[in-house]
Design a protein around this ligand. Sequence first.
Ligand code: AMP
Length: 293
Amino acid sequence: MDPEIISSPALMQERARNLRLERRPIALVPTMGALHEGHLSLVREARQRVGPDGVVIVSIYVNPTQFGPNEDFEAYPREFDEDRRKCSGEGVEIIFAPNDRQMYAASDGGSHSVHVVERQLSRTMEGSSRPVHFEGVTTIVAKLFNCCLPDLAVFGAKDYQQAAIIRKMVHDLNFPVAIEVAPTWREKDGLAMSSRNKYLSAEERSQATALHKVLQQCSAMVMQANDPQSVTADILLEHAREVLRAYPLVSLEYLAFFHPDSLEAVSDVRVGHHIAIAARLGRTRLIDNIRIG
Ligand code: AMP
């Protein structure tokens, strides 16, 4: 069956309220569309969690407030018809696809002036590279929660820091929503699936495997370390730069070694720590991360 398409926040809320009265569990998968297998894996996880009587809502919204002024908001791929077909194939009951006016118009004609800001986990990595990004993310996710009233929301480990910040928001602001984080889906050559992979030229696409290669090689170095059972972040960074010499189209923005809970940088890197990378290939900015071990 084709998913029901809802664009009005008020109608979405009313629909969700009725589903809750019917005691049907609701799972939300927030996305910006241009859906790929990674997104669909979250949809399958959502279905598994709520069961056949539950309702899976996929939100599709390219949220302007999480893009910086010189980022790719305008260019971001928008493929609604294709997305709808994919959701239909997965048995998604509802697509919530609001527009900017519906999401951000203030009732008094002024501007949207209430935002959700996380001040701890969002300081590093994506937060320092993209200053407005996480404020946009937490604000839109809070709004999506209030529109869709989910029991559960599923996010991808591909955006590890984002998932950690959402968990923190849910805890600190007492949102009655369980957060599930599903593993990163990759292409056969290791490249993490991303809607932004569509921007890559053939040559960039073939060099984009470097991100995963760097993560894996750093992880392998740590796993092979015996005494002490750690490798310094400096040595790993040096090794990463050496690996990247073979990929001239890849320009490293950051390589971060961090604790999985606090997201604080670690200087002695061990099994159980995480590694995140951000790099540019031409105008495309890609990110990836893995857990060591
Ligand atoms: P996006 O549409 O890029 O904002 O992503 C929507 C959700 O899908 C986020 O929770 C992402 O972490 C998740 N996601 C994106 N790419 C992948 C992937 N390759 N594997 C698993 N989840 C992903």
